[in-house]
Design a protein around this ligand. Structure first.
Ligand code: NOJ
Length: 606
């Protein structure tokens, strides 16, 4: 991974996102008047289609036992908050037993819970309490690699004849004096041999690690402690599907598939292209064309989908799919066959390259592509997760971050996408990156310092209130420090402020839950030559009125006149459903509307 602290996902390599009713009523500029039209009940498909999904990093959400690390019982304690926010499902980052080198993404046992986070009984309790609140559980499933402390790998690395040896990807290496061997390969010489090619780990160094006991190198796309599984071995597929079944049988609603494009590598081990220069880890920059997104992965995914489909209850496969364009994304759905992932993540809308900014044209194109170029599949947009600088900082200009965050929330929740939120996004939590190398916990931040400071900044504890440790933990110290911003940016303070970002999210989520057009209506871009205001129509469904959305991306007032006829909408009068601009609350026309700076306006068309 070429890492850029401003925006870590710009690389072509592993690309790396109780409010009282009284307050709600006061804050909401959302008209109660619903137009009198005949409406038929609308079934917009399986539960995940327009779901609000919420990612939880178990270490950082809520500590229930005072050890400074979050846990499953802590999540259970916060379910009321999640229900109140309007969340349909929580995705829990890995909570399985793990040496925690990559904070859980190095799994040593797929069928248990890490003692840091609790027990299987705690998990069952969390799941049943969540169910009472109509919240489903999505687990993070790491299929590309295990921990090197997983018993499979311990066995595999013990001898070439061990039955588990072929669970992983091994190579004898090549003689160090072979033609074409690079200086980079020579750094990894053992017993006169070097790695078979120039492949790098996305976390730094060669992707090949020598094991003296077997006189071979094993392949790891991520840390040395994360050996890649050999998906060309059918026994591995069966073993990993069985791990998934363990949790499906326990009732989980689906999986977020970690790093899923990296399951297969080129069997010919072809050299990666040298892109010139070095990355933050000090290694030469190479492409990853032979290490990622190989076509073979799609056969596996189709079989996985069949397996998932054999369970009742609309279980869902969500993919961590950083991809270069919408055509590549469409393949992860299975194109017109729709037989692969239901929700590969679309990072194209939320991550624009090295310098994210509110660029109307880019958003318009990417949103339109998601609507028109994926064979009618369901988009899932992502602005934030535990691997990237928060959108608050990526898109924020340091002056209008509050307003910009509201625009991003509106894009996430008023387009046809399912929506993924990362804990704290709804509060405007700030990326708080360590300032001293000795404080860094994320290994890539230690090896990459100071160019790459790691991902600790986006993983800091959830800010619940203004008490000690932001209400996250009673411990004297927490695993990552609580950012100073907690005194003002926290759930408790924002719940009581009608104009808070949290209440903005709540309003948008509540509105979309109650409006079939917002959830399922076709999304059509209008006023397409406007470079300051993004406008689109959501075509009415089942007799519900069409909806028009206009977002002023600038710090200047903008006057627009909107013509929704492109969306086959003939109505000319509107009533405001939601706006952050008091003057627009009474708007009834589509002509000469002046949007104040960063204003958002959502209207229902009559
Ligand atoms: C993607 C995860 O989101 C990231 O946190 C992790 O380090 C890598 N995959 C390796 O599992």
């Amino acid at each position: 991974m070429t890492i850029n602290r401003h925006h870590r996902t710009s690389s072509p390599r592993w690309l790396r996102l109780p409010q009282t009713l009284a307050i709600l009523a006061a804050s909401i500029l959302w008209s109660a008047a619903s137009p009198a039209v005949s409406q038929t009940p609308h079934n917009d498909g399986p539960w995940w289609k327009h779901a609000v999904l919420y990612e939880i990093y178990p270490r950082s959400y809520q500590d229930s036992n005072g050890d400074g690390v979050g846990d499953l019982n802590g999540i259970t304690q916060r379910l009321d908050y999640l229900q109140n926010l309007g969340v349909d499902a929580i995705w829990i980052a890995p909570m399985y037993p793990s040496p925690q080198v990559d904070f859980g993404y190095d799994i040593s046992d797929y069928e248990n819970i890490d003692p840091n986070y609790g027990t299987l009984a705690d998990f069952d309790h969390l799941q049943s309490e969540a169910k009472k609140r109509n919240i489903r559980i999505i687990l993070d499933m790491v299929l590309n690699h295990t921990s090197d402390k997983h018993q499979w790998f311990i066995d595999a690395a013990s001898s070439r004849t061990n039955p588990k040896h072929n669970y992983y990807v091994w190579n004898d290496g090549i003689p160090a004096n072979s033609t074409g061997v690079t200086e980079f390969q020579k750094r990894y010489e053992h017993e006169g041999r070097v790695p078979p090619n120039n492949w790098t780990s996305t976390f730094g160094g060669s992707a090949w690690q020598w094991v003296p006991a077997v006189h071979q190198y094993y392949y790891h796309f991520f840390y040395v402690q994360q050996p890649d599984l050999n998906w060309r071995n059918p026994v591995v597929e069966k073993a990993m599907f069985d791990q998934m079944r363990f949790w499906l049988d326990r009732g989980v609603a689906g999986f977020r598939l970690d790093a899923i494009p990296t399951l297969f590598e080129d069997p010919q081990l072809r050299e990666e292209k040298n892109l010139g220069g070095t990355n933050a880890q000090g290694d030469p920059n190479y492409s990853d064309a032979y290490q990622s997104n190989l076509p073979e992965v799609h056969d596996t995914i189709r079989r996985m989908r069949e397996m998932i489909n054999s369970y009742s209850g609309d279980r869902v496969l969500i993919g961590e799919t950083y991809l270069p364009n919408t055509a590549a994304l469409d393949m992860w759905y299975g194109g017109e066959k729709h037989n692969e992932l239901q929700l590969p993540m679309d990072f194209l809308v939320g991550f624009h390259g090295d310098h994210d900014k509110l660029d109307v044209a880019k958003f318009r194109t990417n949103l339109d592509d998601a609507e028109t170029k994926i064979h009618g599949s369901q988009p899932l947009f992502v602005f934030d997760n535990h691997d990237n600088v928060r959108s608050w900082d990526r898109y924020g200009d340091g002056i209008h971050n509050q307003q910009i965050a509201r625009i991003l929330a509106a894009i996430l929740l008023t387009t046809r996408s399912a929506a993924l939120l990362w804990e704290g996004q709804e509060l405007g939590m700030v990326t708080t990156t360590p300032t001293r190398k000795e404080d860094v916990k994320d290994p890539i931040g230690i090896t990459g310092w100071p160019k790459e400071k790691g991902r600790d900044g986006e993983r800091t504890p959830m800010q619940w209130d203004d008490s000690k440790n932001a209400g996250f933990s009673d411990a004297a110290t927490t695993w990552l420090p609580v950012p100073p911003s907690y005194t003002t940016t926290n759930v408790k303070t924002e719940e009581s402020d009608p104009d808070s970002l949290l209440n903005w999210y709540k309003q948008l989520i509540a509105m979309r839950r109650s409006d079939p057009t917002l959830r399922d209506g076709k999304q059509i871009m209008i006023d397409e030559s406007n470079s300051s205001v993004l406008s689109y129509v959501r075509e009415g469904v089942a007799g519900h009125p069409s909806i028009i959305v206009a977002l002023n991306f600038t710090d200047q007032p903008q006057t627009i006149s909107l013509d929704p006829s492109k969306a086959k909408v003939s109505g000319k009068t509107v009533s405001t459903l939601l706006t952050n601009a008091p003057d627009l609350k009474q708007s009834t026309t589509l002509q000469n509307i002046t949007l104040p700076p960063y204003a958002l306006w959502i209207g229902s068309i009559k």
